[in-house]
Write a protein that binds this ligand. Structure first.
Ligand code: NDP
Ligand code: 2IT
Length: 450
C-alpha cells in the first residue's frame, strides 16, 4: 500500500515539475495518511488518491485595467475549483505579486481538507491574481477588482463557487468585487462572496474569525497537553494583517503577552506587550509599514528583515504564531525557536512551515497546530455568513463567535481522535490530515466514479 502512495506521489511530481508549493502540500498529506490507506485497500482499487489530487477545474484569465497614469496594465487571474465533493467550491482570493498556478493549487488543495474539517457543506477552491496592491490608489484597486470580477462572475454563484478574502483582499476589495458582480448579474446573490461589509450581507465576527479561531484551537491544544493555558505565556505573531491582528486580540483577551508582530519589511519587538490599537491604526486605517509602530511606542525596537529568515523567529517566546505567508518558517528559524524554548506553534497562515521545519518541531516534541485545522475558523465563519444570506437573517456577534468556538473545539477533538485511533501521539499534523482525508475518501467513494 505504501507503494500506492509513492506511485501516486511520483506521478504527481512528474506531472507538476514546476509547481514546488503544490508538490510540498501534496507530499505532506500523502506521507501522513499512510496508515489509513494501508487499512483500506479499496482506495487503491478505486483510485481515490488520484481523483482527490487532480483538480476538478482550473480557470486562468486576463485582467486588463487602467492605472491612474492612464496606462493599460494586464494581470493574470485564477480560480482553482478543486473539489465540489461536499459543497460549493469555497476559498479565498489572493492578490500578491508572487501568485502563480503552483501557489493557487497548493492553497486550493489544502482548502478541501480544511473545509472538510469544519463539518460544514463547503468544497475547496482558491483564486487570485499576480496583481500587487501595494502602492496602488483606491481607484486603481477598484478598477482592478471590477475587471477581475467581469471575468470571474461567469464561474461563480452562491451554490457554485463562493470566493472570499486572503492576502491582499479584505473588506474593501470584497466590496468592489461584490458591487461589480451585482451590476453584471442584476440580482441579489448575497452568498456569492463572503467577508462582505456588515451593511450589505456580511457576518459579524467574520473579520475576527480566523485569528480568534486559531487561538481557540491553541487553547484546546494546550489544555489537552498538561492542562496548560495561554495566560501568562509570551507570544510572537508574524504578519500584521487580518489573521495576525485578531489572533493578537484574542491571545491578549486570554491573558497572553504578545511581544512581537511583523510585516514583509521586518518586525517590531515590544517587551511591554504589543499595543494592538496602534497596529490596527497603522495597518487597517493608514495602510503603512510596521516600523511606524515606533511613533506610538518609542521604546519598542524595529528589526529589519534581511534574507529568507524572518527576524521575528529569533525572539524568545513560549508560543509562535506564523500568520503571514507560506514557507515563512525555515529549518533555521525552527531551530532558533526550539533553542529559545518555544512550546507550541500555531499556524494561522497556510503552510507557513517548510517541510523540514515541521519535521523538526515534531521530532523535538513541540506542539504544532496545523494550518488546515487551526486556521479553519475563517472559512467556517464564511459558511455561517452564507447561511445567514440564505435565511435572510442575521446572527449576533456572540452567536457567531459561539458557533466559531464550538467548531474549533470540534476540529481539535476530531484531530485528537485521529491521533488516538492511529496512535500518533501529538502529531496533530497527521491527525488533522487523516480526519479530513477519511471524510473525503468516504464522500469520493459514495458519489461513484466522478
Ligand atoms: P493580509 O493581507 O491581511 O496580511 C498579510 C500579512 O502577511 C501582512 O502583514 C503582510 O505584510 C504579510 N506578508 C504577506 N506576504 C508576505 C511575504 N511574502 N513575506 C512576508 N510577509 C508577508 O492577509 P491575511 O491576514 O488574510 O492572510 C495571512 C495568512 O493567513 C495567509 O497565509 C492566508 O492564506 C492565511 N489565511 C487567511 C484567512 C483569512 O480569513 N483571511 C483564513 C485562513 C488562512 P506586507 O503588508 O508587508 O506584505
Ligand atoms: O485560507 C482560507 O481559509 C481563507 N482565506 C478564507 C476562505 C474563506 O472562504 O473564507
Amino acid at each position: 500500500m505504501i507503494d500506492y502512495i509513492e506511485q501516486v506521489l511520483n506521478d504527481v511530481k512528474e506531472k507538476n515539475v514546476h509547481e514546488p508549493e503544490f508538490l510540498q502540500a501534496v507530499e505532506e498529506v500523502l506521507h501522513t495518511i499512510k496508515p489509513v490507506v494501508e487499512k483500506h485497500p479499496e482506495y487503491k482499487k478505486l483510485s481515490v488518491l488520484e481523483r482527490m489530487i487532480e483538480p476538478e477545474r482550473i480557470i486562468s484569465f486576463r485582467v486588463p485595467w487602467v492605472n491612474d497614469a492612464g496606462e493599460i496594465c494586464v494581470n493574470r487571474g485564477y480560480r482553482v475549483q478543486y473539489s465540489g465533493l461536499i459543497g460549493p467550491y469555497k476559498g479565498g482570493l489572493r492578490f500578491a505579486p508572487n501568485v502563480n498556478q503552483s501557489i493557487m493549487k497548493f492553497l486550493a488543495f489544502e482548502q478541501i481538507f480544511k473545509n472538510a474539517l469544519t463539518g460544514l457543506p463547503i468544497g475547496g477552491g482558491k483564486g487570485g491574481s499576480d496583481f500587487d496592491p501595494k502602492g496602488k490608489s483606491d481607484m486603481e484597486i477598484m478598477r482592478f477588482c471590477q475587471s477581475f470580477m467581469t471575468e470571474l462572475q461567469r464561474h461563480i454563484g452562491p451554490d457554485v463557487d463562493v470566493p472570499a478574502g486572503d492576502i491582499g483582499v479584505g473588506a474593501r476589495e470584497i466590496g468592489y468585487l461584490y458591487g461589480q458582480y451585482r451590476r453584471i448579474k442584476d440580482r441579489y446573490d448575497g452568498g456569492v462572496l463572503t467577508g462582505k461589509g456588515l451593511e450589505y450581507g456580511g457576518s459579524l465576527a467574520r473579520k475576527e474569525a480566523t485569528g480568534y479561531g486559531l487561538i481557540y484551537f491553541m487553547r484546546e491544544m494546550l489544555k489537552a497537553n498538561g492542562g496548560q493555558s495561554l495566560a501568562g505565556k509570551t507570544v510572537t505573531i508574524s504578519g500584521s494583517g487580518n489573521v495576525a491582528i485578531y489572533a493578537c486580540e484574542k491571545a491578549q483577551m486570554l491573558g497572553a503577552k504578545v511581544v512581537a508582530m511583523s510585516d514583509s519589511s521586518g518586525c517590531v519587538y515590544d517587551e511591554e506587550g504589543i499595543n494592538l490599537a496602534a497596529i490596527k491604526q497603522i495597518k487597517e486605517v493608514d495602510r503603512k509599514r510596521i516600523s511606524e509602530y515606533l511613533n506610538y511606542r518609542p521604546n519598542a525596537k524595529f528589526i529589519e528583515r534581511k534574507g529568507e529568515d524572518s527576524p521575528i523567529w529569533t525572539i524568545k517566546t513560549d508560543i509562535a504564531l506564523p500568520c503571514a505567508t507560506q514557507n515563512e518558517v525555515t529549518l533555521n528559524s525552527a531551530k532558533k525557536l526550539v533553542e529559545n524554548g518555544v512550546i507550541a506553534i500555531g499556524e494561522g497562515a497556510n503552510m507557513p512551515c517548510k517541510l523540514d521545519a515541521t519535521e523538526y518541531f515534531l521530532e523535538k516534541g513541540i506542539l504544532l497546530a496545523p494550518a488546515k485545522a487551526a486556521n479553519a475558523g475563517g472559512v467556517a465563519t464564511s459558511a455561517i455568513e452564507m447561511s445567514q444570506n440564505s435565511m435572510r437573517y442575521y446572527l449576533s456577534f456572540e452567536q457567531v463567535d459561539g458557533m466559531l468556538e464550538t467548531i474549533m473545539v470540534n476540529i481539535f477533538a476530531s484531530t485528537q481522535d485521529a491521533c488516538n485511533t492511529y496512535e500518533l501521539g501529538t502529531n496533530y499534523v497527521a491527525g488533522a490530515n487523516i480526519a479530513a482525508f477519511t471524510k473525503l475518501a468516504k464522500a469520493t467513494i459514495a458519489q461513484g466514479i466522478i
